[in-house]
Write a protein that binds this ligand. Sequence first.
Ligand code: HEM
Length: 154
Amino acid sequence: MIKFADVALMTHATFGMLCIIASVWVFVDTLNASRGNVVRIKLMSRAVAGFMWLAFLVGGYWYVTYYYADKALILKGPWPFAHHLVMETKEHLVIMLLLLTTFLPIAASGNLVANKSARNVVLWVVGLIILTGMLMEGSGAIIGMGVKLAVLPK
Ligand code: HEM
């Protein structure tokens, strides 16, 4: 039987991945900023922020409602660092990623075609979002493995 908790966990990771994919789109479009794609850059920047807030709301709900059970398993299992180090780090990366993704549409509201430094700000912000997002993905996989190894027969 498919439970809401399981769908919510997978949904947050999906929104996280959509945030990363939209960020790569903004990065490549900004490298080639022109009158033809500047509206698209602004729209995709908003999509980056939207997907991250959705990942935060769904992932945050899952974290406060269901994570306690997985945490107990991880701490008793062979990979307690998956909680002590990785989940603790992920909790802090989330706040940085929320700030960066919320700032991106503001940074992208400048004249990206004529203003090189405005383009550079967008490239740095979206570059940091892509790197931090991949850290979120990787840390999620390590936490999931920590749970799996705790329940698998030795
Ligand atoms: C870019 C954003 C994010 C990405 C790409 C991402 C990705 C993932 C992935 C792939 C997993 C493993 C899922 C599994 O084991 O099936 C995971 C687990 C997890 N994520 Fe995220 N995540 C993101 C944001 C967040 C946010 C914002 C929160 C909470 C506020 C969060 C909380 C969690 C928790 C608690 C788990 C552990 C699930 C477990 O116990 O197995 N994640 N994440």
